[in-house]
Design a protein around this ligand. Sequence first.
Ligand code: SF4
Ligand code: F3S
Ligand code: FES
Length: 232
Amino acid sequence: MQVDLRVLRYDPERDSKPYWAEYLVESGPMERVLDLLHRVKWEQDGTLTFRRSCAHGVCGSDAMLINGRNRLACKIRVDQLGRRISVAPLPGLPVVKDLVVDMEDFFAKYRSVRPYLVNEAPLPARERLQSPQARARYDDTTKCILCAACTTSCPSFWAQKSYVGPAAIVNAHRFVFDSRDEAAQERLEILADKDGVWRCRTVFNCTDACPRGINITQAILEVSAAIVERRI
Ligand code: SF4
Ligand code: F3S
Ligand code: FES
């Protein structure tokens, strides 16, 4: 079948503003949007620019706005979208070129919550043990691939770019509720800030957008409850 593929393109060195480019692309129904973008790049216009790496929903590098929703180009199939497909960069982040956005601010917010295990106790001989129940407490939030589909679909983030955003809160949650970690208090203090969890208005766009099916809004509510519980 032939797909009408529209791509919002922008090269800051050449274009005064973004514009829609249209391509007719041959595709099978089970192919993914990433296949179409490759076909355009390899067969029609080598200047088309986008990020991708694994092509299997693991690396998180090809999130984009596809038919009005943030999704991974390597996961969404043509038969899920129809013959007219539009692709634009993730909303709310500066465009570097075409579908590539500047992720610096996104990753700075991620780093701000100390997204790694903090434990100053001497290392045990083999490993820091944890029961299956304690491991299950934060299982959902271990699945994040840092694609930014959640943060860039959040109206609170669009309105206030200083909001730390759902992705950073998800990654804080992953360690706040880890029984081996010792920095929960510090992370919760960071997230109790005016640009932390209280900017969430439980819109649920983030949860709808997450390609890993993480219940993001629930994680945000659990972090908020922990802040209240500790009276931070
Ligand atoms: Fe992507 Fe989901 Fe992680 Fe957000 S929580 S960055 S949508 S994987
Ligand atoms: Fe935004 Fe998700 Fe909260 S969309 S307002 S972070 S529930
Ligand atoms: Fe890695 Fe899509 S290319 S998640």
